[in-house]
Write a protein that binds this ligand. Structure first.
Ligand code: MRU
Length: 367
């Protein structure tokens, strides 16, 4: 997407042809910093410390990590070690494992001397494919927004609530939950987005709000606790969120707090949609609550908050007593029964085993 008049992706091959340049998202919205990363260790740090984040972007970054490894040492042992190092960086987003396995699938059958070229080619393809998947989600989600807009008075906006950042910054471009929003804006449909701040790391306040402001989309930042109240008052027409892993039965794992939004939406008859590309579906998992590993991050993310001081310095402040321990589960699971629909690149699926298999019939196992 554009920042000012320059088009950016979140990650791209650096000029040296072996490293990647990526937007270091820790500094947004205050500074747009681009870092060059040229080692597998560096890629692991960038994912673990959330220079890049968002399930699809984590996957693409890891794919480039495998390419860097294939250039440094393409042996089976070295590739397997890189797979493991990258895989342990963030446990919940399934796109990470999907991308690492996809790189191995392509590289393993090749002789070592052919692996580096093939690895950079496949990593670039995965990045390009991510954009196409998101465009598909956008087109399908746009139809839902259009239908709601048709029930409104002329000029009245469709009010959409979103949680965390499932925007272009969480992918290579366009985003998942935001792709329908961007297409609706392009189509001239009046929309307004409620942006949950999304504690503890504030991806909503820092990233989604930056995206919305940058693209001129009317939006309002709200605290995480405000969504239920707004839904009770009829001020939210639909919720769209992203997901880090959706199970074969339609359970949706996403940023902590998503479940509470789904409960409030269900109680108030507000449609709750999830935008997801097919690599985010974990066909091996059938019970999200029992089977998805939930990342537990440092309590410092809860106790210390990043911001810009009045004097213009980007700094952290402590908001709780030094002696108070903090717990920080990073994701939760919204059961399929609370999900109105899964917006994929192939269409909108009911959140159920049958609903998903109708869109992805190749996943049916033979009886
Ligand atoms: O911890 P993060 O910032 O990586 O969490 C991101 C989310 O929860 C997103 O909603 C999810 O990855 C989908 S991104 C298209």
């Amino acid at each position: 997407m554009n920042v000012g008049d320059r088009h950016y992706r979140t990650i791209w091959l650096a000029d040296d042809g072996r490293s990647v340049d990526l937007i270091d998202q820790r500094w947004l919205p205050h500074e747009l910093r681009v870092e060059t990363v040229g080692t597998v260790d560096g890629i692991a740090v960038a994912i673990r410390d959330m220079w890049v984040r968002g399930a699809p972007l984590i996957g693409v970054t890891a794919a480039y990590g495998m390419a860097i490894q294939a250039l440094d040492d393409p042996s089976d042992t070295a590739l397997q070690a890189a797979w493991e190092k990258l895989h342990e960086t963030r446990p919940t987003a399934i796109n990470l494992r999907w991308a690492l396995d996809e790189m191995m699938r392509v590289l393993k059958p090749l002789p070592p001397e052919e692996r580096a070229t093939a690895a950079y080619k496949r990593a670039a393809e995965i990045a390009d494919e991510d954009i196409e998947l998101n465009r598909g989600i956008g087109r399908n989600g746009l139809e839902i927004i259009r239908k709601i807009a048709a029930t409104k008075k002329p000029g009245e906006p469709v009010n959409i609530l979103t949680h965390c950042n499932a925007g272009w910054l969480a992918t290579v471009d366009y985003g998942t939950a935001t792709a329908p929003i961007y297409l609706a804006a392009e189509a001239g449909i009046p929309i307004h987005v409620y942006v949950d701040e999304t504690r503890p790391r504030n991806q909503g306040a820092q990233l989604t709000a930056w995206e919305m402001a940058g693209h001129g989309i009317p939006h309002t930042l709200i605290v995480d606790n405000a969504g239920g109240h707004l839904m009770q008052r009829g001020e939210v027409d639909m919720v769209i969120v992203g997901t880090d892993r959706t199970t074969a039965n339609g359970d949706v794992c996403n940023k902590i707090g998503t479940y509470l939004k789904a409960l409030a939406a269900h109680d108030n008859g507000v449609p709750f949609y999830v935008g997801l590309p097919s690599p985010t579906i974990d066909w091996t998992v059938h019970d999200g609550l029992k089977e998805i590993p939930i990342e537990e991050r440092s309590g410092d993310e809860v106790s210390l908050v990043w911001g810009k001081t009045i004097s213009g310095e980007v700094a952290q402040v402590r908001i709780s007593p030094d002696a108070t321990p903090a717990g920080n589960p990073a994701f939760d699971v919204t059961p399929a029964r609370l999900v109105t629909g899964l917006i994929t690149e192939r269409g909108i699926a009911e959140a159920s085993p049958e609903g998903l298999l109708e869109l992805f019939p190749e996943r049916r196992t033979k009886a």
